[in-house]
Design a protein around this ligand. Structure first.
Ligand code: ADP
Ligand code: MG
Length: 695
């Protein structure tokens, strides 16, 4: 249970004075629904009100604080015109401009002949100096209450800085004095203050420089966040591992047959990965291993060998793919090996229904099926195995830590788990997202894979791209054309893709081009992809990356439009869809310019490297970790204060600290342990904290 001391912070922002349902919704969008989200929203800028020029000297465009005398009120001539309040000082005249004015209020605030201190942005308009809707209008006595420097927060449409700032200040007042969860020596060595002081400092930057992620206050808070993350991962992992697993050892008789049937021999990297997995499965502890490898690096074979090992040991295996199409594709890839080994392989997705589904389910229960391939349907309540020994999850970064936990919790028997991801993750990130797993990296590609010729070009040259495509397709090539998806406006994306589809049909012939997008029914999508695979159509226009897992070795051209909008990892994955067959492949990254410096560098990385791990490290260097994969649920992006490219060293320290804490006090019962429980809940690591016994 969440410690009582944190209750005030988990109240909703509506509980603050002046925040009603409308602002609550906007604040939730900008920062989050609870007070804790407000206090952990770091300022993104400052407003400096220390610039105090005379009216004549005030630079237009700058925030200035002026001392003026009110002269007269000039009412609006009609409803579209603003009301003006003319003011002066010794140097000149300024008009305070109010659109849709509350007249009484303004008259009360700015009585003629009174002196007022005003602060806001100075503008020049039609030869006059003016200030629209000043941020502050104060009497000389009140002027001292105006902050010299104010933090600026990230907003959303309809939410003003004034409301957001007020909400954050009010939330900060509700922060209880929290116990210290960090080691006193460590804090002293780093020169860090208490959590409460650090939080106050975070929201009171004394200038631009203090917005940096490197200030001691921010570093301390980032460390707290990372420590909560690392401690939670270690606790979850140890709990799963602590649960005894089964010894799964095959005798190799099925594997030998399956391997003999492969048209290639396994690479050293594949053999090494298989050896690691074998050792895990053979150990009496439960396996929780992540197999990381580029698209096309040959993970599927490795998974199949592990599954066969489970079957040799008299158990069953399950292979779960993120989409139905990918499940079918895996099924196809595994069928030859299954046949050679003489085992029973079946497919279970949402599409198998009625009697067929019933038969399948009972065959699984009676162990008349050895290996089942499917979607998440595999983990639904109705599916029961006779004896599941290994679950392989091909996640393509679609599941987060949390979901993985759920899956593992499902089996009654302690099932070994192998997760595969095609997203190479930098070491620092792997620690935060997959700290609960052992990691195998499959580096290098299978032999025979040709590098893809990658070119970056402006959309102004789209005509050239199309004529290149026309020539290539006439010569028998097959190509993908990817249009980006921007989550907020699926409709307009779809419209863009449909327009592009129409254009390409027109240019290349209607019968040659197909369109695939997320709104299509699975069957339609599959039909189009099947037609592409069989060569019936030559070009597939796709709105999203949903189908990136498809394997069509004959495809040799990948066009990505608005390449500047994709993450590097995504682009690398897309590119991995070509270069799979014997033909020479090309990837055309089309950007809609002008390109910023970072975007230019990012595309350059892609042109120069085809090593997913190198690309991932560069991506991390060039972008924030939060943006890295573009997906929050990946579990990589949920830091609010820590910035991994900057705080990598803190992460390593937090990792060591967490291990030490866990080794000494796994149930967090000591005084520091009690404080650490507060930390876990403060950063929303309830999942991990729930494993602790109460008291
Ligand atoms: P991943 O799942 O890692 O994206 P796959 O397992 O689908 O990659 O492998 C991609 C392709 O490479 C498949 O067609 C597979 O048959 C082939 N392949 C796998 N291992 C080897 C190897 N050792 N030598 C040659 N080709 C291989
Ligand atoms: Mg694969």
């Amino acid at each position: 249970m969440r410690p009582a001391i944190l209750f005030p912070l988990f109240a909703e922002s509506r509980s603050l004075a002046g925040i009603g349902p409308k602002f609550e919704r906007l604040i939730a969008k900008a920062a989050g629904p609870r007070l804790v989200d407000l206090i952990f929203a770091p300022p993104v800028g400052v407003i400096d009100r220390r610039y105090r020029p005379s009216i004549a000297a005030a630079e237009p465009g700058r925030i200035a604080t002026l001392t003026v005398t009110v002269q007269s009120h000039l009412p609006a001539r009609d409803r579209r015109q603003p009301m003006r309040v003319r003011c002066t000082d010794d140097s000149g005249t300024i008009d305070l401009v109010y659109f849709h004015p509350h007249k009484d209020y303004i008259e009360r605030q700015l009585p003629p002949s009174q002196t007022r201190v005003i602060s806001g942005r100075v503008e020049h308009f039609n030869g006059r100096v003016q200030m629209a809707h000043p941020d502050y209008v104060l009497s000389v006595n009140e002027a001292a209450t105006m902050p010299a420097i104010e933090p600026v927060y990230r907003l959303t449409e309809g939410l003003s800085q004034k409301i957001m700032g007020r909400a954050v200040r009010a939330a900060l007042e509700r922060v209880p004095q929290l116990p210290e969860w960090n080691d006193a020596h460590f804090l002293r060595a780093r020169g860090w203050t208490s959590f409460n002081e650090a939080l106050a400092a975070l929201h009171a930057p004394r200038g631009e420089a203090e917005l940096s992620a490197l200030t001691p206050a921010r570093a301390r808070l980032a460390y707290d966040e990372l420590l909560a993350n690392q401690l939670a991962l270690i606790m979850m992992r140890e709990r799963l591992r602590g649960r005894k697993g089964r010894v799964v050892v095959g005798d190799g008789r099925l594997r030998r047959k399956a391997v003999a049937a492969l048209p290639f021999s396994l690479t050293p990297a594949q053999l090494a990965a298989t050896a690691e997995i074998d050792a895990d499965m053979a150990s009496p502890l439960r396996m929780l291993r992540l197999l990381q490898g580029d698209v096309g690096s040959g993970k599927t074979v490795i998974a199949m060998l592990a599954l066969l090992s489970a079957v040799e040991a008299g158990m069953q295996g399950a292979f779960m793919a993120p989409t139905e199409l990918l499940a079918r594709q895996h099924m196809g890839a595994l069928a030859a090996m299954a046949q050679a080994a003489g085992i029973r392989l079946a497919l279970l997705t949402g599409r198998e229904r009625g009697a067929a589904r019933h038969t399948l389910l009972s065959a699984l229960k009676s162990q008349d099926i050895d290996i089942v391939v499917g979607t998440h349907a595999l983990f639904s309540e109705e599916v029961a195995f006779a004896d599941l020994g290994l679950a392989v999850i091909d996640e393509q970064h679609r599941f987060g830590v949390h979901q993985r936990m759920q899956l593992q919790g499902k089996g009654h028997a302690p099932v070994d788990v192998l997760v595969m991801t095609a997203t190479p993750i930098p070491r620092t990130l792997a620690l935060t997202a997959y700290g609960d797993m052992d990691v195998t990296r499959l580096t290098g590609r299978p032999p025979g894979r040709k590098p893809v010729d990658t070119r970056v070009l402006s959309a102004e040259r789209l005509d050239e791209v199309v004529s290149h495509l026309r020539r290539a397709i006439t010569a028998g090539a097959r190509a993908y054309w990817v249009c980006p998806l921007i989550e907020e406006s699926e409709n307009s994306d779809l419209a863009a893709a449909e327009a592009r589809y129409a254009m390409l049909k027109n240019a290349l012939g209607a019968a040659t081009v197909g369109l695939v997008h997320g709104r299509l029914k699975t069957a339609e999508r599959d039909a189009t992809m099947a037609a592409f695979k069989s060569g019936e159509i030559k070009l597939v226009v796709a709105t999203t990356v949903i189908e990136v897992g498809v394997d069509v070795p004959q495809a040799t051209i990948m066009v990505v439009e608005h390449a500047e909008r994709f993450g590097l990892a995504q682009l690398h994955q897309l590119r991995g869809r070509v270069g799979r067959g014997s033909g020479k492949s090309t990837c055309l990254l089309v950007y809609h310019g002008p390109l910023g410096e970072i975007a230019r560098q990012r595309l350059k990385v892609l042109r120069e490297s085809d090593d997913g791990f190198v690309i991932a490290e560069e991506d991390l260097r060039l972008r924030g970790a939060g943006e890295l994969l573009g997906v929050r649920q990946s579990g990589l992006a949920d830091f609010r204060l820590a910035e991994l490219p900057v705080h990598g060293e803190l992460l390593a320290a937090a990792h060591d600290d967490a291990r030490l804490i866990y080794a000494k006090d796994p149930q967090l019962k000591s005084a520091r342990g009690t404080a650490l429980r507060v930390l876990l809940y403060l950063f929303g690591r309830d999942e991990a904290a729930r494993y602790l016994t109460t008291g």
